[in-house]
Design a protein around this ligand. Sequence first.
Ligand code: NAD
Length: 387
Amino acid sequence: MKVGVPKETLPGENRVALVPDVLPKLKAAGIDVLVERGAGAAASYVDAMYEEAGATLVSGDEAWTQADCVVKVQKPTVAEVGKLRAGQALIGLLSPLIDPGLMRTLAEHGVTAISLDAIPRTLSRAQTMDVLSSQANIGGYKAVLVAAEAFGRYFPLLTTAAGTAKPANVLILGIGVAGLQAIGTARRLGAVVKAYDVRPETKEQAESLGAQFVTLKTAIDATGSGGYARELTAEERAAQQAELNGVIAAMDVVITTAQVPGRKPPVLVTADAVHAMKPGSVILDMAASALGGNCELSKPGETVVSDNGVAILAPENLPATVPISASQFYARNLQALLVHLVKDGELTLNPEEEITAGVLITHGGKVVQPATAGLLEPAPAAGGASA
Ligand code: NAD
């Protein structure tokens, strides 16, 4: 089977889907890799490294047209969908639940779409394929570095002849994969770290990394299914907000990572909370996207400075700014999935098998994943009147 690796086209996307390191394992599974010249350059994986690892370098659209399966990081653009043909497979972070219309288009093209963000994360044998975790981990690390750079003071406690620098007080809101990495990174930089989550089990995890868990007087347990949180009720939200505002006001740096699957991210830092912070404080909203974010004032992709001098950063694609490591982890995850799905050099899809059932979005001209299919309206009847 031939797997094509085209260069990513989304501005700022420096990652590449496969790195040279994983090629020998793919070869052993009967997979030949075609890499578009320059595909890994933005992540410092140069063409010669791929060639040395056994890949064939190709030009123009050949990574699309000559492959049985195209592997990407980002979902394809309209122009890229046009390069795919019936019977081909496409693997990437396709966001089927956010863009079900694209899935319908892929199905209409006869493309088998496999989405890495749909890996069943609670299955232990799928953990090596868990791209959401590997990339969130990198995002949490980089979030702290970006916040530290935007902050006008030291993170650690420093005693020098010129005086003593107090350590920065850092609050991490949301203690999932990204939040745990953010705690560890901020601690390694010497900050005093507090952390909060609505899943009580995160208390011990945060404390084991050296953070102080923020316990609110209003006890909220919003543990949902699969290790995720559920959405809070309006009452819980109000109680949480009132108490959190007091905690936030005393912080120098707040990093927010809170997400609820399938919902808008919860607002945890209101405009009022921002206005109660000291000038020079920094908020980094990792959850910000077109859907909204954890801070009421954040704008995705921008830095906003509030009237009282608080910088609110909302970087959009942090993993892509650590492209060597992010591509390496992504490629390992993808390699594990490919080896799982390929038998005797052929993509062998058994929809009864749990991992395949999770990731297989379109096949045989249809959107087959129930969650995505459920979001699509029924196709208009043939010959129906149009307005
Ligand atoms: P996520 O990105 O969905 O959310 C990040 C965090 O935000 C979560 O910890 C969540 O509880 C928190 N959050 C949501 N609403 C909040 C609110 N109103 N206030 C404060 N915090 C709020 O989560 P994630 O990082 O993708 O993963 C969540 C958890 O899933 C992980 O901690 C992990 O334990 C679990 N997980 C399990 C497996 C596995 O079992 N194999 C794999 C991956 C993740």
